[in-house]
Ligand binder design. Structure first.
Ligand SMILES: [Zn+2]
Ligand SMILES: [Zn+2]
Length: 348
């Protein structure tokens, strides 16, 4: 089959690789119908996350059709249309049973093989899914492949970030970063009852999307966000800030935007060493901080019922679609054309 593999920093190639095979009785093989490039794929692409083996198949956001099942798989059969969260889950450990599927003791992230151990990604024609019964979700027929794809990571991750800050309808919130996750967070904030949500970025095109989703856009290159928001909140700042980038400057800005007693929720994949604020800073502001990978399998059950009732169409974030054969160019566009690219899909 064709697959996009990691070849080194800023080097990816579509090559022919062997088709995946059933390795354990709980595996299924899925024909990938639609996949997406994620901001966190860029951490690997740029070498900010290191250790991945050369020739690892990249990617973790996908939906598809089951074509083969292992002997012990009960919930799926060939022909079933499925959504996969971006990590696999055993369904039986303490963390799976308590909704923290991101920290399943046997969880694997698609697209990460290190020293021969791990799970290949899904920027490919086919993918092997371990623990299929406790990982995959049936795709409702009326949801298109493209919409369903956003349920594999970005919508649950945005929704999770919003839950972190515990929305109060009278509160004021900020989303930092208007990539796909940030935009899903803005939508989710309104879904969870928020009435006032600022969206911060430096790319006008992304801010326009955020505004179309009902958020108040602030271009941080053109306005002093802290000054503006404090002026508009009686000098206090926001009750909650959701960081959806995964780098130090937006984390610092999120902290600076918070009122004393505010909550910082961070869902960006962090690939740097030191927090951009100190323990005394935290103490002096009575800040609560929450970090972490979204338990996508757990959150899919929360977002599936609401995908049709969100205040705007989640598909508005999709700006590009490429055939898998052109995945290398798709990576380049996602990386370099930030002025116009938000969500880039791959169609095998
Ligand atoms: Zn992702
Ligand atoms: Zn588990």
């Amino acid at each position: 089959m064709k697959a996009l593999v990691y070849k080194g920093i800023k080097q990816v190639e579509v090559i022919d690789v062997p088709n995946p095979e059933i390795l354990t009785p709980n595996d299924v093989i899925v024909k990938v119908e639609c996949a997406a490039i994620c901001g966190s794929d860029m951490h690997v692409y740029h070498g900010r996350e290191q250790g991945i083996d050369i020739n690892t198949i990249m990617g973790h956001e996908f939906v598809g059709t089951v074509i083969e099942i292992g002997d012990s798989v009960k919930r799926f059969k060939p022909g079933d249309e499925v959504i996969s969260p971006f990590t696999t889950n055993c369904g039986q450990c303490y963390y799976c049973e308590n909704g923290l599927t991101a920290r399943c003791e046997q969880s694997q992230l698609y697209g990460w093989v290190e020293q021969g151990i791990g799970l290949h990604g899904i920027h490919a024609e086919f993918a092997r899914v371990p623990f299929a019964d406790s990982t995959l979700v049936h795709k409702p027929e009326h949801i298109s492949w493209e919409r369903a794809n956003l349920i594999s990571d970005n919508l649950p991750t945005g929704y999770f970030g919003v839950e972190m800050v515990e929305i109060n309808p009278k509160g004021v919130y900020a989303v930092l970063g208007c990539g796909s996750v940030g935009l899903m967070a803005a939508l989710s904030a309104f879904e969870q009852g928020a009435t006032r949500v600022y969206a911060l970025d430096r790319i006008p095109f992304r801010l326009e999307k955020a505004a179309s989703f009902g958020a108040i856009p602030i271009n941080i290159d053109q306005e002093d966000a802290v000054k503006k928001i404090k002026a508009e909140t009686g000098g206090r700042g926001v009750d909650g800030a959701i960081e959806a980038v995964g780098s130090a400057p937006p984390l610092k800005l999120a902290f600076d935007l918070l009122r004393p007693g505010g909550v910082l929720g961070s869902v960006g994949v962090q690939a740097f060493d030191k927090l951009p604020f100190s323990p005394p800073n935290l103490y002096d502001k009575n800040v609560t901080m929450k970090f972490g990978r979204c338990s996508a399998r757990h959150y899919i059950d929360k977002v599936l019922p609401i995908i049709d009732t969100l205040p705007a169409d989640v598909l508005d974030v999709v700006t590009h679609q490429f055939p898998l054969a052109e995945a290398k160019e798709a990576y380049r566009v996602f990386d370099e054309e930030k002025e116009s690219a938000i969500k880039v899909l791959l169609k095998p």
